[in-house]
Write a protein that binds this ligand. Structure first.
Ligand SMILES: [Zn+2]
Length: 458
């Protein structure tokens, strides 16, 4: 027998009337057992009480007050009357409990519980109704966060939630639930706990694979991963994907700003070669402020209705120059031009002895980002990073001549491209072995560096 004296004592102490009725009424008569007395919705309104006559057992007379305690038997008909009457007019809950308490013959008193039910399914029994209501309020509150740009218009639980006052047979009563545990159970949909501690070298995809999870599920179980750039060693990851028992619907009025993209128009120019573009007037994005009612379920956006919008600033159209000039042939002309259109200062001429050997080219100091131009037409034979040269372009011009453009910040051509004389092939920089922003320009005949000044006035 599950019944313990503790529960009887608890039940009796909680309710003096019960105690009185139970003690005073002693011997009982057999008619029926009341198991559910009163349905009360989570919103607090009292609903029609419901009675279940489970089986024929003994019970005692109803009592409206201690003075009225009598040995008068209650019939099944009377219990049904209690069931059909509006709760507030019906016998008080305590009184109903008293009936339940006296249903027993041998002190097997039912225990009064406040049962939290979700969509008709019993979740847990609490000692007080407030315990159950608090859990629902906590879960609702966790999804209703306001800030200066967010006003919460409504918070509702989608499921049908009720807190029922219920007399549970002592044989079925396992004790009252712990509110904190139940709240977590409702949030996660399970009591199971599985965690993983991140170790050095872990990646999200590997962790997911090792635990037979989809990557998306690992993210769902650990929403913080969305905003985290790297996994931290010793970080605890939840391996259980939450399936909350409750869906909290919130509607929030949110004020936010969005950029309005600018239009782009083009104007032809004979100053640029075909395929070349440059900005005549830089475009500026506009800004719009919107007010929207956004519907979330458990924090996930499901719908949005724009309430109002107001253009803060209009976008400004971008105008591009588009080249129309016929490009020169992409072959070597045999005559070199300067490898930049920007002004420069020669900081190191060709052939100077250095700790590292002879200087193979000319160093031209210029700000990082200056245009680097092909000194003659030809074919790009290298475009990439190469040791002390840093970012480097090498063009083969034919006639055993090649030119080198080193220490670039950005490369604009790739190996195999054909380029014409004067074409922008890179932006100057300070990569590789370089002590300041400059272009190292080098010309080779065969594979031997020669003085560029023999070919072009630098
Ligand atoms: Zn150099």
């Amino acid at each position: 027998m599950k019944l313990t004296l503790k529960y009887i004592y608890k039940a009796l102490c909680k309710n003096k009337k019960l105690a009185y009725a139970t003690v005073a009424l002693g011997i009982t008569m057999s008619v029926g057992m009341v198991s559910v007395f009163n349905f009360v919705s989570a919103s607090g309104e009292v609903e029609k009480p419901v009675l279940e006559i489970e089986k024929a057992v003994a019970y005692n007379a109803p009592v409206k007050g201690e003075a009225e305690v009598s040995k008068q038997a209650v019939t099944t008909e009377e219990i049904k009357n209690v069931a059909s009457a509006p709760a507030k007019d019906a016998i008080s809950l305590q009184h109903a409990s008293a009936v339940a308490m006296n249903v027993n013959r041998d002190l097997d008193a039912p225990v009064l519980c406040h049962q939290l039910c979700i969509d008709g399914k019993a979740i847990a029994n609490f000692e007080s109704r407030e315990d159950a209501i608090n859990i629902l309020d906590n879960i609702k509150a966790s999804f209703a966060k306001e800030d200066e740009n967010t006003e919460v218009l409504s918070v509702n639980i989608v499921e049908n939630t009720k807190v029922l006052a219920k007399a549970v047979s002592v044989y079925d009563f396992d004790g009252y639930a712990d509110a904190e545990q139940v709240e977590e159970y409702i949030r996660l949909g399970t009591n199971e706990k599985r965690e993983y501690t991140v170790v050095s070298g872990d990646t999200i995809s590997e962790i997911a694979k090792r635990h037979s999870m989809k990557e998306d599920d690992l993210y769902a179980a650990n929403p913080e991963l969305h905003t985290q750039k790297y996994l931290q060693i010793d970080q605890k990851l939840n391996l259980i994907v939450p399936v909350p028992l409750l869906s909290v619907e919130t509607v929030e009025r949110i004020i936010y700003k969005e950029a309005i993209p600018y239009k782009v128009t083009e104007e032809p120019t004979s100053k640029l070669y075909k395929g070349e573009k440059s900005i005549k007037i830089r475009g500026v994005k506009g800004q719009i402020q919107r007010v929207a009612d956004v519907q979330f379920i458990n924090g996930i956006k499901v719908d949005k209705t724009i309430v109002s919008e107001n253009v803060v600033s209009e976008p400004k159209t971008q105008v591009l120059w588009v080249g129309t000039k016929q490009a020169p042939p992409r072959i070597g002309t045999g005559k070199f031009s300067k490898p930049t259109s920007r002004s420069y200062r020669v900081t190191s001429p060709f052939g100077v002895r250095r700790r590292t050997g002879m200087h193979k080219g000319i160093d031209m100091a210029m700000p990082t980002g200056s245009p680097v131009l092909a000194a003659d037409g030809g074919r790009v034979v290298f475009s990439g990073y190469k040791g002390t040269y840093g970012r480097l372009v090498v063009i083969n011009h034919g006639g055993r001549l090649k030119s080198y453009y080193a220490h670039c910040s950005k490369l604009l051509v790739k190996s195999g491209d054909k380029v014409f004389k004067g074409q922008k092939i890179a932006l100057s920089g300070n990569t590789g072995r370089s002590t300041g922003p400059h272009l190292h320009f080098e010309i080779r005949l065969g594979n031997t560096p020669v003085n560029p000044r023999k070919y072009v006035g630098i």
